[in-house]
Design a protein. Structure first.
Lengths: 325, 279, 527
């Protein structure tokens, strides 16, 4: 029951946060020079005077900003995210088309980095001070220090151009008629490079955090007691150390949620992955306000959701933690 | 101090990290001396490969010296990294200190504010800010600072929260010291070490962020930075690979050095301290 | 004698047989893989006129005519046409038996709808040119008559697929706002291909229109337009065989030589005879000291345009000294003033103007707006900055993204700005827009954003638009070129040569003056 109340209060706070985020982004986006009307006019090549003004009126851009914000908020209540200026389609449709691709990419990267990172961290902690430890720590740092897009480009050149093992870009093979199973395999093949590239960056973080947490837990009294009592080493690790090492990792995970979305912009650009990261980037350049705002909105919702889940998992993992409200 | 330095450099990570940064630092400071003049100047034949006589890193399509670009770029990239970090640290420390020390509704308010900023996807926000204010050194530094301060704020707040209840602080309060004095004289010095560690890591991230922003084409066109060079060389990747590879290595060395140094600092400053997150 | 004749006949017969046997007959079937970048906002050619929309939409929609490489009209939806001797009445006989993709018949009502209502609302260029008409009428289902207010020899050029897209009237009954209506998302044309599938962010698939009016065509079954946002990715797409042809602009010019060198790959510079892109540096004549001719001449002397063509555009360009590039109708190089690369002369001119260098060597400071499309234009801006700095004109590059560029260029917020423009077949359409003093700000970036005001040139341009006699027209345009190339309201850097790289197994890829913007009914894939 306590938990439910906790969740409910957090949800309300989350909604408020998201509304503030929207308002801030709304104002910021409109502060950027040039608006959709100017671009549409510019792209038309040569227009007559008044063309720009007419477009502005069509889209309600001539009204004062607070009025525009209110109109937008009202629409939001009915989940109407507005229409894209460029495509003349509901923004909701466009975002829903591309959201699954980004989710697939970021979740795969995330799962990859957590599994690999935590495993390496535990392995390093178990043999702390050894050559393996140094190798793992150094190795994970190496990938942390390289720019994401750089690794991506190199990966394409090596694995796609030189070795021909993996497809160079995209989410699926264009024009191929595949069965459901073949399609899945096809997408999986395309997913490998982008997800691993995105994930490698975070592997470093999780390795370090897990290693540090495990080392600290290993030092604690209850572990020493368990060992003294003759509990087998494997059990000690699984029951005690692992469970407690995971806590800081969970904290970090919730912090990384927003970052991974940012990283997806770069990866989606380099690998031509049709997700919302790239969508936001293009929308920014075209001043397609509604589309850009929608991506911010969706991203914020995802981050908040992630945080909620992380908090919840944290409270499950460590009953000593009181659920703060 | 001497004790601290010895402890720092005795660790292999510390020594290597310090060495790497020293090398980059020397390059940055001495850029004007090693490569006098304008790194943008078109000095020779275009598209020379690395290890050409006189041009160890080759030239680009306009005949500009890549080595000169890397050297001058070091200054700008380090400058951007440092200033952005300083901005983030100052803003974050102030807000975190106020929140952590005051408690109550002030704390709540500041934390909600911080949470809002952490909810907006950082990189997208940075891009948006650069688009708004136009791509320039100032907007990039500002953008990076704006998305980095929340982490510092949370860290400082957590430290202040825990330190506030300690005996020496209570003694100072009883002794009648003003709040400001307590904050500056008593608590802040004890939080310096985690801030310094965080700052070193943050600087690494700042440099990576700047390179990402430049890569996407939103960098400042008048200053040569490593990120800009990678972005400019990106479309020639399949023929003039060195244009992107060399500055990438420079970033790598700097970021790695900063991380190693940060790790070593962490060890040296507080051998018994908890590593890792204080959320 | 008889034996000789028999031998001759045999030889001829063999030769004939050989030529027939080995002359390749078009093969039906297969898919062509192309790239479209960036992903178009729409493929409805009626309201999407940008490059990517045009590239894809031109296979689905058609105009009354197309144009040969020499820009002579080719019948499409119009089977034939006549122009009255006074040049004011254009009568088009439409092709019978043409069906829209949804099965409804194509008639003159669609043509009327397109030119009287739809296009004037969605495309400024067509609106402008239809403004020349006194009336547009359809005496019967297969005839349309355009009556002009005065003669306008460039009139035919609006009827190709992009400028004169024929739209299906029956879909738009009751629609008031043609620009924003949702009906535009229904893709129905008369062209050789129909929309198969548009997987956003991945590809656009067009499929063969089996009811196409040109029997036996199209030869291809499918067209795939791959969407690849990254330039390196596009190079890789072609190199790895995923894509069969790349247009100019898909990859950077410096990649072209390498891609074209592969076996089974060819390069052509044809296909841009209608669009005729020309690159230039806009100079804002409203700002001092740019308003002084000597200053502009100094800029012209300070930049080495040969270097630009050779190194920055990787030899894909031709020198120009005036507003008319090579191959453009009425071009007259004899009247041009040439400003060769001569930095010393540039400095002398600046000295003459009284602009002395200060302690840093700076005489004056200017802002340069680079064209925000790709690395080549960035290098061009950086090169220009160096060359101008060298003569004492301290130049700062204004960093901007595409919307920022549009905003500044069309509002006159710049000193120097790089730009390029399509010349569209006839100077009445492609040249007047940039030099008429009445066509200044907030009318798009092909307009007279420099603020050039020359009443004589205005008069000449307007007169030339209406002159039906070719020789007379040529004289008028010669005069215009003479004045403009001397006055330098704009510094023309080069005629842009746009290479297309393709696999040799693809036949007839470029056969008309519209190049890759043709409808691809004739394209086929050999072995």
């Amino acid at each position: 029951m306590d938990r439910l109340i906790f969740l409910a209060r957090r949800c309300i706070k989350a909604v408020l946060v998201i509304l503030c985020v929207i308002a801030i982004n709304f104002a910021l986006i409109r502060a950027a020079p040039g608006d959709p009307a100017t671009i549409l006019a510019g792209e038309a090549g040569a227009v007559d005077a008044g063309f720009v003004e007419r477009i502005r009126q069509d889209y309600g851009l001539d009204k004062p900003v607070p009025v525009q914000l209110l109109t937008y908020m009202k629409q939001l209540l009915t989940f109407d995210l507005g229409e894209s200026y460029r495509e003349h389609r509901p923004v909701k449709e466009i975002v829903l088309e591309k959201l699954p691709a980004t989710l697939l990419l970021t979740l795969s990267a995330f799962v990859f980095s957590v599994i690999v990172g935590v495993s390496l961290g535990i392995a390093a902690a178990r043999r702390a001070g050894s050559l393996l430890d140094t190798l793992i720590t150094a190795g994970s740092l190496v990938f942390f220090a390289m720019p994401l897009f750089w690794i991506g480009l190199l990966a394409i050149v090596v694995f796609s151009m030189k070795l021909g093992w993996l497809p160079p870009y995209g989410m699926s093979t264009v024009g191929a008629e595949f069965t459901a199973w073949e399609t899945m395999l096809d997408v999986a093949r395309h997913l490998v490079m982008p997800a691993v590239t995105l994930g490698l960056f975070y592997v470093a973080i999780y390795t370090r955090v897990t290693r540090a947490a495990a080392l600290e837990v290993m030092d604690q009294d209850f572990v020493k007691t368990a060992r003294a009592k003759g509990v087998p080493e494997g059990r000690v690790w699984r029951r005690h150390i692992l469970r407690n090492s995971v806590l800081p990792v969970i904290t970090f995970i919730s912090l990384q949620a927003g970052h991974i979305l940012g990283g997806s912009v770069l990866i989606e650009t380099v690998f031509a992955w049709p997700g919302i990261g790239r969508l936001a980037f293009d929308a920014l350049f075209q001043r397609d306000y509604n589309l850009l705002l929608a991506v911010f909105f969706v991203s914020s919702v995802m981050v908040v959701l992630f945080n909620l889940i992380a908090d919840f998992l944290y409270s499950l993992a460590d009953p000593r933690i009181e659920l703060q409200t | 101090m001497k004790h601290f330095l010895t402890r720092l450099l005795r660790q292999p990570a510390g020594a290597i990290g310090a060495l790497m940064l020293l090398a980059i630092g020397v390059l940055a400071l001495g850029a004007q001396w090693f490569y006098p003049g304008d790194p943008w100047a078109m000095v020779t034949d275009p598209n020379l490969p690395p290890l050409s006589p006189g041009y160890p890193f080759g030239t680009d399509m306009l005949g500009r010296d890549v080595a000169a670009g890397v050297a001058h770029g070091a200054r700008v990239s380090l400058l951007i990294g440092t200033i952005a970090t300083v901005v983030a640290v100052i803003v974050g420390t102030v807000l975190g200190a106020v929140a952590g020390y005051s408690g109550g509704w002030v704390d709540d308010f500041i934390m909600r504010f911080t949470e809002i900023f952490q909810t907006i996807p950082g990189f997208l926000l940075a891009l948006l800010m650069v688009a708004i204010f136009g791509p320039s050194i100032y907007s990039i530094v500002g953008a990076i600072g704006v998305i980095s301060w929340p982490a510092v704020a949370r860290l400082v707040r957590a430290e202040f929260l825990s330190l506030r209840t300690r005996d020496f602080v209570k003694a100072a309060v009883l002794g009648g010291q003003s709040s400001a004095r307590i904050v500056f004289r008593q608590i802040l010095p004890n939080t310096l070490s985690p801030i310094v560690v965080a700052a070193s890591l943050m600087m690494a991230t700042a440099i990576l962020l700047e390179s990402a922003i430049s890569f996407l084409g939103l960098g400042d066109r008048s200053m040569i930075t490593w990120g800009f060079m990678i972005g400019a060389g990106r479309t020639t990747l399949l023929q003039s690979w060195w244009l992107s590879a060399v500055p990438g290595v420079a970033i790598f060395v700097t970021v790695l050095g900063l991380n190693l140094l940060g790790d070593a600092l962490n060890q040296a400053l507080s051998p018994r301290r908890r590593e890792g997150a204080s959320a | 004698m008889k034996k000789a004749i028999r031998q001759l006949a045999f030889a001829l017969g063999t030769a004939l047989f050989a030529s027939v046997a080995f002359a390749q007959a078009p093969r039906d079937g297969g898919s062509l893989n192309l790239i479209v970048t960036p992903e178009p906002p729409t493929i409805n050619l009626g309201n999407g006129k940008l490059g990517p929309s045009s590239f894809v939409g031109s296979k689905i929609y058609e105009g009354l005519i197309s144009l040969t490489p020499k820009l002579e009209p080719i019948p499409r939806l119009a089977q034939s046409w006549t122009i009255s001797p006074d040049g004011k009445v254009y009568t088009f006989k439409l092709r019978p038996g043409v069906k829209w993709h949804d099965g409804k018949p194509f008639t003159s009502a669609d043509v009327l709808f397109s030119f009287k209502q739809y296009l004037p609302a969605t495309f400024a260029r067509t609106k402008l040119i239809m403004g020349q008409t006194a009336s547009i009428e359809a005496p019967d289902d297969l005839t349309v008559v355009f009556t002009l207010k005065q003669p306008y020899p460039a009139f035919m050029y609006i009827f190709e697929a992009t400028g004169g897209t024929i739209m299906p009237k029956h879909l738009y009954e009751g629609v008031t706002d043609y620009r924003t209506t949702q009906v535009n998302n229904t893709i129905v044309g008369t062209g050789p291909f129909k929309l198969g599938e548009w997987r956003r962010g991945a590809f656009i698939k067009l499929v063969k229109n089996t009811e196409y009016w040109d029997k036996g065509k199209p030869h291809l079954d499918n067209l795939f337009f791959h969407i690849v946002p990254d330039a390196v990715g596009r190079s890789i797409a072609f190199e790895s065989g995923k894509v069969d042809a790349i247009r100019a602009g898909d990859v950077e010019n410096f990649e072209i030589a390498r891609l074209a060198a592969a076996p089974g790959v060819a390069l052509t510079k044809a296909g841009w005879e209608f669009l005729q892109p020309i690159g230039f540096l806009n100079m804002n004549l409203r700002n001092k000291p740019i308003d002084d001719l000597r200053f502009r001449q100094a800029i012209a002397h300070a930049i080495d345009r040969q270097f630009i063509i050779k190194n920055i555009f990787s030899t894909f360009g031709e020198p120009v000294n005036g507003p008319f590039p090579g191959g453009y109708v009425f071009r007259d190089t004899t009247v041009e003033t040439k400003y060769p690369y001569d930095p010393a002369r540039a400095k002398a001119l600046l000295d003459e103007m009284g602009l002395k260098p200060d302690a840093d060597g700076t005489r004056v400071s200017l802002r340069l707006l680079p064209l925000p499309y790709g690395e080549t234009w960035q290098r061009l801006a950086e090169y220009t900055r160096e060359r101008l700095n060298a003569v004492g004109i301290k130049t700062t590059i204004v960093a901007t993204d595409v919307p920022g560029w549009f905003s500044r260029a069309s509002s006159g917020d710049f000193d120097l700005a790089y730009n390029f423009v399509y010349l569209l077949g006839d100077p009445a359409i492609g040249v007047s827009q940039t030099y008429l003093s009445t066509n200044q700000l907030n009318r798009g970036t092909a307009a007279n954003i420099d603020g050039y005001v020359n009443r004589d040139v205005d008069a000449l341009l307007i007169k030339a638009e209406q002159e039906t006699n070719k020789t007379e027209r040529a004289k008028l345009y010669s005069q215009i070129q003479k004045t403009l190339s001397h006055d330098l309201p704009i510094l023309w850097t080069h005629q842009m040569v746009m290479p297309t790289v393709y696999r040799t197994k693809v036949k007839n890829l470029i056969s008309t003056g519209l190049g890759m913007n043709e409808n691809f009914a004739d394209v086929w894939i050999g072995k």
